[in-house]
Design a protein around this ligand. Structure first.
Ligand code: CTP
Length: 396
């Protein structure tokens, strides 16, 4: 329920993607928002107001002369009561109108009369998106402080492929949630590792760690919400990349180290969340090992590089943050790791409290001592951690 209590005015304009706005309403309600829909006349040719009325549980407005609003001030009332005005899908025509301040129907009037933030999720044919007129209009909207969400790339209703597709409803909701978060990392670049590594024994077998990647992915999302440009170097996990985050996929610790070192220049923060395998087979077999004779093969191991310690030892390191997953003596072991790796901040967690799950308990250790975070969901903890990182960055 990440939009609990938020009042969202949702504008729907004419485009095939209007059908996805129905799903968007459902997802917004699921996150605790109330949704007031206003449609352009063109939008009603794609989906009827009845659909949105049934889904939102609120009357839908399409006409600025609607007699249901006593004082005939629908254009002021509907967006004045909202915490955000979201237009999805936003057609090329609609973007042009907003860029030029036109107000010739209910939705464009709502936009002009608003005193809340405006977010638009464009949806159009790729050539319309690339047209210089649209480029100009979008640039104007951005300069006016309008949040332009997407568009995405992919197959279009017209049969073409390219940029112009409306973001998926889940992505729009994630961006709306992000919109309401504070931006203490605006203008910062954050690099992080997440997930396990997999160290090959032979082409079909390997050594790995138990790690779902959930905590690291939550931190990537929280950092994006906080305004950072985020690069996530990820071991093999079954999670989708958070919207707005750049993901680099790796398998082994050596690949992870190379990917990280290629990205450290220009990064303000490095957060090592990955459960890196401490050791790897010294000489992985090129062919599958057969169980001939039944004698168990001996696997010689060699030490993997400590990625976090290497980054922390660079001449001008980013602010380095480590994780210490311990089964006992959390304070002692976490602080010991922080000193050994020479990092300003380490995040301790007792592994019986939330390995693999959606909730967790964390304690932060830095030069000022220990800062326990109350038990919460991984995304809430990630947001608190990101806020703490931002205060350390400020101090530096
Ligand atoms: N780390 C890393 N590269 C490694 C090993 C660990 O970047 N090769 C990072 C992890 O991402 C985490 C922290 O270092 O941030 C964990 O420290 P580490 O001492 O390696 O933890 P464990 O392997 O759990 O140590 P131990 O087995 O001694 O408890």
């Amino acid at each position: 329920m990440e939009l609990q209590g938020k009042r969202i005015a949702l504008g729907v304009t004419g485009g095939v993607a209007a059908y996805k706005a129905a799903e968007l309403v459902r997802l917004l309600l699921k996150q605790g928002a109330t949704v007031q829909v206003a449609m352009t006349d063109a939008a009603t040719h794609f989906v009827t107001p009845v659909t949105f009325q049934a889904l939102s549980g609120q009357p839908v407005f399409t006409d600025q002369w609607d007699a249901r609003i006593g004082n005939n001030m629908a254009h002021i009332d509907l967006s004045r009561e909202a915490d955000a005005l979201l237009v999805a899908p936003a057609s090329a025509d609609f973007l042009a109108k907003v860029a030029h301040g036109l107000a010739d129907d209910l939705l464009s009037t709502l936009v002009l009369a608003r005193d809340c933030p405006l977010l638009v999720a464009p949806a159009m044919n790729r050539q319309m998106w690339e047209n210089p007129a649209t480029r100009r209009n979008v640039a104007t909207l951005r300069a006016d402080g309008v949040a332009v969400l997407g568009p995405g790339c992919g197959d279009q209703a017209c049969g073409e492929t390219g940029l112009g597709r409306m973001l998926e409803p889940e992505e729009i909701v994630a961006e709306l949630i992000a919109h309401f978060q504070p931006k203490p990392l605006k203008g910062r670049r954050l690099l992080l590792t997440a997930g396990p590594t997999f160290e090959a024994i032979d082409p079909v077998r390997g050594i790995t760690n138990l790690s779902t990647g959930k905590m690291g992915y939550a931190i990537a999302r929280a950092a994006h919400e906080a305004g950072a440009e985020v690069t996530l170097v990820s071991g093999p996990v079954a999670l989708p990349c958070p919207y707005g985050v750049t993901r680099i996929d790796v398998t082994s610790a050596l690949q992870m180290r190379d990917a990280v070192l290629a990205q450290t220049a220009g990064s303000d923060v490095f957060v090592a969340v990955a459960a890196v395998a401490d050791y790897r087979p010294a000489a992985p077999a090129e062919q599958k090992i057969k169980k001939d004779g039944g004698t168990p093969p001996a696997i010689e191991l060699t030490l993997n590089p400590d990625i976090l310690a290497e980054v922390a030892a660079l001449p001008h390191p980013p602010l380095c943050v480590g994780f210490a997953a311990e089964s006992q003596k959390l304070d002692e072991y976490a602080e010991k790791k922080r000193r050994a790796k020479k990092i300003p901040l380490i995040v301790g967690n007792l592994i019986q409290n939330g390995f693999g799950g959606d909730d967790n308990t964390l304690v932060l250790f830095d030069d000022d001592g220990r800062h326990p975070l109350p038990p919460a969901s991984k995304i809430d903890l990630a947001r608190r951690l990101v806020a703490h990182i931002a205060t350390l960055l400020e101090k530096n």
